[in-house]
Design a protein around this ligand. Sequence first.
Ligand SMILES: CC(=O)N[C@H]1[C@@H](OP(=O)(O)O)O[C@H](CO)[C@@H](O)[C@@H]1O
Ligand SMILES: [Mg+2]
Length: 580
Amino acid sequence: MYTTVYYICSPSKLVAYVVIIGITSLVLLALSFFTIVHLLHSCLDYIREVAIISKPLLLGQMTIEADLLDSVIFNVGILAALRSKKLDSKVIGVMITASHNPERDNGVKLVDPYGEMLEQSWEEYATQLANSQNEDEIVEIIKSIVAGNNIDETKAANVVYARDTRPSGPALVMALEDGLKSVGCEVIDFGVKTTPQLHYVTRCLNTKGTEKSYGEPTESGYYKKLSDAFRNSVGDKSRISELYVDCANGVGALKLKELAEHIDNDILKVVVANDDIKTQGKLNHLCGADYVKTSQRLPLGLEIEKGKRAASLDGDADRILYYFVDENGTFKLLDGDKIAVLASSFIIDLVKAVSLENIKVGVVQTAYANGSSTKYLENTMKVPVSCVPTGVKHLHHEASKYDIGVYFEANGHGTVLFSSEALSIISSARRETEEQEGALKRLRALTNLINQTVGDALSDMLLVEAILINKQWTLKDWDQMYTDLPNRLVKVVVSDRHIFESTNAERTLVKPEGLQEEVDALVKKYKDGRSFVRPSGTEDVVRVYAEAATREECDELAYTVAGLVYDKAGGTGGRPEEFL
Ligand SMILES: CC(=O)N[C@H]1[C@@H](OP(=O)(O)O)O[C@H](CO)[C@@H](O)[C@@H]1O
Ligand SMILES: [Mg+2]
């Protein structure tokens, strides 16, 4: 679940707010309740109070959600505690971040015990709680969660939480803590971290002391695991040129610097750019992975000479993209699709080199994957490719069906999953020749290098670097694996995006009726043309994607389809000039 809200709060008012929360919490703590319903009723009085008090404290652009942000986070705390009770007191993770979105936004995300995203049925509860507006409704939802899941209220609850560097983070942490403590939850504050670090530590805490131990449940344990695996995956190959990394002025800057301290400069040298986490307004502003992917240009704050290698992270460091400027001065982007192709081809080669033919490798993409990447994977590499709806949960789920499942969204979010069978085959295999043993060692190293819980920009960066070092490739060599079709992503603002429904992994519209046929008729006119329309799941817009043989044709197709959607399906807010 991802709830994004907008608010601005002045420091003096924040202090007043802190005092109010403190007093209200003390009052709540002083009261004892014998049933969970009573307890929740008291929480809800508190929620209402905070919501009312919050109104004059909130300035600037507000939405209804913004008014209720603190109570949403408070509710999420209760939900996380209930989830932990439901799962035999396993530790649940809570991350406060709004990823690549503007600095003034914030959101919250729950993580299940093994670092996976919250189970889908519970996502629905989170959405219901976030959208409920009165205490009776909230009590009913919570009662139904408890009853519907046979939750034993007497069980202990455990939660670990972290936040990114957004200025709104500390106040939201207080609301979260209040929610958690109101139901007697044990809390671990993991501090300021990247989203993948929170996923990592959640899994480590829940597997500690078992045969499936994922690692030491600390930040230094994370760096040690990654850096050891990186060294092993590189062997004695020599270093390639330094990597410039745009950290989007977010938490990735802090964490990349720490990771770099664990890695010998002789193997990898990173130059950290956009690391200003102190100046307000800079997070993700004209920089970071999302900006680079959508604008297809260099980020502000990072100038690179021709041929130099660079990458961008997003605001919570779970996405990464690579790029360079070629000898003609053209900006060349190596996105999630290119990473998927690089990673899968390297892994397939290693699997072949050690004759583990019974391990099947597959790649998972979404409709936004560049058509050339799919063609290359299917026709040249002959690897199975699945296409699933947008959103990491769909990709992750599908990838887990393969022995080794590589998944990446074109925007740079992704990872590689190894099934338990594949892991045990890889760890127990023995080979005769030195060459085969070397390949096996690298494959084993990759199983530790790659974050198995979620897409992780730092882990993915080390994966890409390890492959490039092994192959002694430049970014140009990598880029030449296949040539991207020119593509364009356009947003269309409509009065009601819920009238759009699609099928076929979001590639075909079924509603509004007749619109798909019109899109198809346009697409037919263009060589290598492809276009689809779907409602965004995270923004109040409809997205139009198009690709075609040339930049001009691609843009013409994208803006013609966007114009069609605008005219035929309730476009609003003024027809953009570029729409055809
Ligand atoms: C085209 C695009 O980049 N869509 C993004 C975006 O989803 P939408 O449903 O398109 O708003 O945000 C998701 C969450 O970050 C991410 O998983 C997805 O890839
Ligand atoms: Mg992110």
